[in-house]
Write a protein that binds this ligand. Structure first.
Ligand SMILES: Cc1cc2nc3c(=O)[nH]c(=O)nc-3n(C[C@H](O)[C@H](O)[C@H](O)COP(=O)(O)O)c2cc1C
Length: 332
């Protein structure tokens, strides 16, 4: 399939991946080898030197293009972003996914290195800002997404066509994407591809504890919760014992909540969950799309399946409606 996104990043399929404590070289290389755009999560590497090593490790595992995510979120200690960017540039990376705050101040350095920048946005106004400051593409993250959906609560059924109405640069749909149906829907709504987070955690190559993958297969679309709303740092996470505790604290404190009140449930919990498989250790990002995850394929099996399903839906189901043979066909 060729879209503005496959052409922009030089990839075979318009499918992107990227996540904290999951986006290591193993997963990024597996996604890129399968024809998508694998993304190493920059800040999961504690220092720019470690990121440089992770980029080199990924390069050993794939000769296909892969990218790095740089997330500008309120964190407990601000990372040295210019040094991370230097590691990205020196590592020969040509695709950077930015997220959180605007990447404006870092655009000159990224553009000077010939890097294509895709900024993740949860609103049309932020997408337009990204376009204005010279981003090459946008990843439009709807309310259903795992991680930080912003504070507008607009689901992709509305957000994507709204983005299509306003944007000139290409965009991918992010949030709730799982399969060929998602991809075709995203294309129909104006996107040129899709970004998947949660779905890629439940793959053979995702370097996370088996308990995490099993939890995703077991979870339904009803099992995510929104936390940190009153801090205006809303995050969609998978429900567990510590998330229940966190929500009790949030409820009790109301508008008086500070990050210190919930520090134990949100800070530094990823290694215990993702590496040790302690599923109640704290809050970890997870999308409603968990309800559509029923297996743990390899990245290649997943991407091939998505592309096969997409083709079947377009050529069979959709064309069938037009040529009059589709009325009796089963839903894909
Ligand atoms: C475990 C996990 C960690 C994530 N970490 C990051 C991150 O560090 N930076 C970022 O920009 N997005 C992060 N995300 C968001 C994803 O990149 C993606 O936008 C989101 O998962 C899309 O929604 P989906 O989960 O429904 O596919 C994370 C998502 C998950 C599930």
């Amino acid at each position: 399939m060729k879209t503005a996104i496959t052409e922009l990043f030089g990839i075979e399929h318009p499918i992107i991946q990227g996540m904290h404590f999951v986006g290591f070289a193993e997963l990024a290389a597996a996604v890129s080898n399968a024809g998508g755009l694998g993304i190493i999560t920059g800040l999961t590497q504690k220092t720019p030197e470690l990121l440089a090593k992770e980029i080199a490790r990924c390069r050993d595992m794939t000769d296909k293009p892969f990218g790095v995510n740089l997330t500008f979120l309120p964190t407990f200690a601000a990372p040295p972003y210019p040094e991370y960017i230097a590691a990205i540039v020196e590592g020969g990376i040509k695709a950077v996914e930015t997220a959180g705050r605007s990447p404006e101040q870092y655009m000159p350095a990224l553009k000077a290195a010939g890097i294509k920048v895709i900024h993740k946005c949860t609103s049309v106004r932020h997408s337009l800002k990204a376009e204005r400051i010279g981003c090459d593409a946008v990843s439009v993250d709807g309310f259903e997404c795992g991680g930080h959906p912003g504070e507008d609560d607009i689901p992709n059924m509305i957000l994507l066509p709204r983005a299509a109405e306003e944007l000139k640069i290409p965009f991918v749909a992010s949030g709730g994407m799982a399969d060929g149906r998602s991809l075709v829907a995203a294309l129909s709504l104006g996107a040129a591809g899709m970004n998947m987070g949660t779905r890629f955690i439940a793959t053979k190559e995702a370097p996370v504890h088996q308990n995490v993958k099993n939890a995703l297969v077991a979870a339904t679309e009803l099992d995510t919760r929104l936390i940190m709303r009153s801090l205006r740092n809303t995050e969609r996470v998978l429900k567990n014992a510590n998330v229940d505790r966190l929500l009790e604290i949030e409820h009790a404190k109301g508008d008086k909540l500070t990050i210190d009140d919930i520090h134990d449930q949100v800070a530094g919990v990823y290694p215990r969950i993702m590496l040790d498989g302690q599923m109640d250790a704290g809050a970890w990002s997870c999308g409603m799309v968990a309800g559509l995850i029923h297996d743990i394929p390899s990245c290649k099996e997943l991407i091939d399946r998505i592309m096969g399903e997409a083709e079947q839906i377009i050529r069979g189901r959709l064309l069938g409606f037009l040529d009059g043979t589709g009325a009796t066909r089963k839903v894909a």
